[in-house]
Every structure is written in C-alpha cells, then in structure tokens.
Design a protein around this ligand. Structure first.
Ligand code: PMP
Length: 416
C-alpha cells in the first residue's frame, strides 16, 4: 500500500467553547449538575468526529480486512490501512514501524516477550524509574523472572523529578533495556527522555518510552527522539478504548520473533513449520480492531487540527492556575512539583482520605481519580497510600478549576 499523501494540517485558533461543543458527553448532567471532567489521565472523552468516523465505518465499510476481494472488504482494508498511514505520520514514523495493539500495556508486553526475553541473560537489568506505571514495571518483571534478570528503579526526588545523575549512574554493562514514562500519570513530571535516550545509546542500550500520558499533550517525533520503542493508547488521546500502537525501529521489528500466532501474521503455514508475514503484520495475529484504528486516526486528525502547541499552551496555563488555586487551600499538599510538568494535579489533604475527598468532589460534579494510580512504588516513595488526581484535557477551563476549588473548600468544611 502506498504511503498516504501528507495533508497539511492548519491549526484552528484555540477556542474553548468551540472545542467543548465537539464533545457531546460534556453536556451530560452528573449528580444533577454540571460536569467538570478532570479525569483525563484515566481516559479522555471523544469528539463527534471520532464518533462519526467509527459509526461511518460500521455503517458503510465494515468487513474483515486483508482477506477478500469483495467491495466492502476492499473499503474496510483501504480505510484501515489509511488509518495506519495517518497514525505513522503523527509519530513521524514509517507505516511498517507502527504495530497495532490493544494499548500501551499490550505494546509494552509485546516488547518484553518478543524483543527482550530472547536477549535476556541471568544477571541482566532492566532500568526503569521510580515513577513508572505498573504496566511499565510488571511486564519486565515477568520476563526477568524467567531468566534470573531483574528490574531496577532509579530514584525520584522530593519534587517528583527523576534523579538524573543517579539514573545515569545505574546504567552499566548489564543494562539490557531502559524503560521510562514520557509523562508521569501520577505526578505530571515530563521526563528528560531526549537526554536519557542519548545517554543510553552511548552505551548501546535500547530505550522504550511509555507515551500513554504524552501524545495528547505534547508533540512527539520518534525519529527526532531516536527512540527504539514508543508505546501509546488511543483512549488517552480522544480516541477509542482498546486500541493503541507500538512504534519500533524497523531493524528491531525485523529481528524480533512474533509473539501471538494466528491469522494474518503468517506467510505460509504447514505442519512442518510456518513462515511469517512482513512487518508490522507479523505482530498482528487475528482479526484486528478496524474501527479502533479508524477512530484513533480521526482523533489524531482532531488533535492536529487544534495544534499540539496550542493544546500544550492551554493546558500549561490551566496547570499554573490550578496549582495556584490548590496551594491556597488550607491543609492541601501537592504531590509532584517538577519544573517540567504536564497537566496533572495530584494532592493529599490533612483532613480526609483521598477516597472520601473523591466522593465529596463527585457530589459536586467533579470527576477526579483517587487511589494509587497504578504507581504503588511511587506511593511508597512518598509515604502515602493514595492521592487525589485532577488531570487536564483540551476541553478543560477555569470554570472546571473553580468547581474543583469550591468542592475542596467544602471538603475542608465537612472534615475539619
Ligand atoms: N502508562 C501510563 C503512564 C498510563 O497512565 C497508563 C494508563 N493509566 C498506562 C501506561 C496503561 O495504558 P492502557 O491501560 O491504555 O494500556
């Protein structure tokens, strides 16, 4: 299939009301009142254009891909492969380097089993950081345990930054892979992945970046980063759930063995043995999520139409405003005050447990997440069981922050 002709994306001027009108669910009353959706780190809402693209697919194009000559099969295959071109363009990758997965978690597991495990020896190390999501810890532990290798974590400072010098000091000739989150889902910290990739590569160590919290908030160019593996999820970037991608350098994908076996990933099958399809299909066994790919491509169209620089500027302004509002609340302590931060406000309060705070916020229509956010080692590092996390997206505004702030004052009134 030919690469798609790149379409220039001319960003629209940032207009919050117009953007909000694109997301039907934002008009949904919750607890009888206005919704302040501040749970974007868990999942984002979907714009009309994504809903329409997926609806259009099922109404007008649905068929299984790659396996028939009839008209609908051709339409489905064309739309599905055009989505791959679109997604590859977003990351600055070649289409063969984009493997479709169920999300970030599956992408990381694919690298763990298909790339790392066959290369791992007893005593080897996988170097992560103390702020990783469980899905960037546990897959490495699973493969390490099979071989007698281990996962080691670089320390995090009190402000929630990676201790870069300590991290660099942990790189050694046993380090088989570096894995790091681009943006921490709990702290908002933007990690210095450019410097980390440079340092690791100087020692010949490949790097995986977990981009789950990054791609909807800052521009990512895998070629400029020179990253080996980049994992992401559509649902955290205004696309559908259950879909995501692994970017991997062509050389890695070609050298890797398939992980899942089944239809589409083979070239020939016989009882004497089978041969594999070309990349990326070698890693895509079974009927894929066609609507998921098409929905993700539409979400990336949406993001680029607004412009990632404009989105980042909007979210940064809101982060500063939110930080000021929250730090003025008596008894509230922010967890994560890194110098380079994405739109995440994690906090604890003296007067109440995060779970109770979340319940009071919900009564005021404020949707946040409470708990360990799948970062239990980070909770241990800060000596807390949980935080309340407000996480920003493209459609948030000062009114959402004001609603959060008012509800937090209510928490203080109720519990002190
Ligand atoms: N990494 C980070 C930093 C995340 O925030 C998440 C989702 N909370 C994941 C990985 C896992 O993403 P998914 O559940 O979509 O596979």
């Amino acid at each position: 299939m030919n690469a798609a002709v790149p379409r220039p994306v001319i960003p629209l001027p940032f207009d919050l009301e117009r953007i909000r009108a694109d997301f039907p669910i934002l008009a949904e009353p919750v607890r009888g009142g206005r919704l302040a959706y501040l749970d974007n780190g868990a999942t984002t809402q979907k714009p009309e254009s994504v809903l329409r693209a997926m609806d259009h697919y099922y109404r007008h194009q649905n068929s299984n891909v790659h396996r028939a000559v009839h008209d609908l099969a051709e339409r489905a295959t064309t739309a599905y492969e055009a989505a791959r071109d679109r997604i590859a363009r977003f990351f600055g990758a070649a289409r063969e380097e984009i493997v479709f997965t169920r999300g970030t978690t599956e992408a990381i597991n694919l690298v763990a089993y298909s790339y790392l495990l066959p290369r791992l020896k007893a005593g080897d190390e996988i170097l992560v950081t103390g702020m990783e999501h469980h899905s960037n810890i546990v897959p490495w532990q699973l493969v390490a345990a099979q071989i007698g290798a281990r996962v080691v974590a670089a320390p995090v400072t009190d402000s929630g930054e990676l201790d870069f010098d300590a991290w660099r000091g942990m790189l050694n000739d046993r380090t088989r892979l570096v894995a790091v989150g681009h943006v921490s889902n709990t702290l908002g910290t933007i990690n210095p992945v450019e410097d980390m990739i440079r340092e690791a590569h100087a020692l010949g160590i490949p790097v995986l970046v977990d981009g789950a919290q990054a791609i909807a908030h800052l521009a990512v160019d895998v070629r400029a980063l020179d990253v080996d593996f980049y994992a992401s999820s559509a649902h955290k970037a205004y696309g559908p759930t259950g879909f995501g991608t692994l970017y991997a350098k062509r050389g890695h994908l070609e050298a890797m063995q398939p992980w899942h076996g089944g239809g589409d990933m083979i070239r020939t099958v016989s009882f004497e043995g089978s041969t594999w399809n070309d990349i990326p299909y070698k890693f895509e066994a079974g009927t894929p999520d066609m609507a998921g790919a098409i929905g993700f491509a539409a979400a990336l169209d949406y993001i680029e139409a607004q412009g990632l620089d404009a989105i980042a500027a909007h979210e940064h302004a809101l982060l500063e405003e939110g930080t000021a509002r929250l730090t003025a609340i008596p008894g509230l302590r922010l967890i994560g005050t890194a110098r380079r931060k994405g739109g995440i406000l994690s906090f604890v309060m003296d007067c109440a447990h995060p779970q109770d705070i979340g319940t009071i916020l919900d009564q005021s229509g404020v949707a946040v997440r409470t708990g360990h956010h799948c970062t239990m080692p980070l909770m241990q590092r800060f000596g807390i069981p949980a935080t309340v996390r407000a996480s920003l997206g493209i459609y948030n505004g000062s009114d959402d922050l004001a609603q959060l702030e008012a509800a937090l004052h209510k928490v203080n009134r109720l519990f002190t």
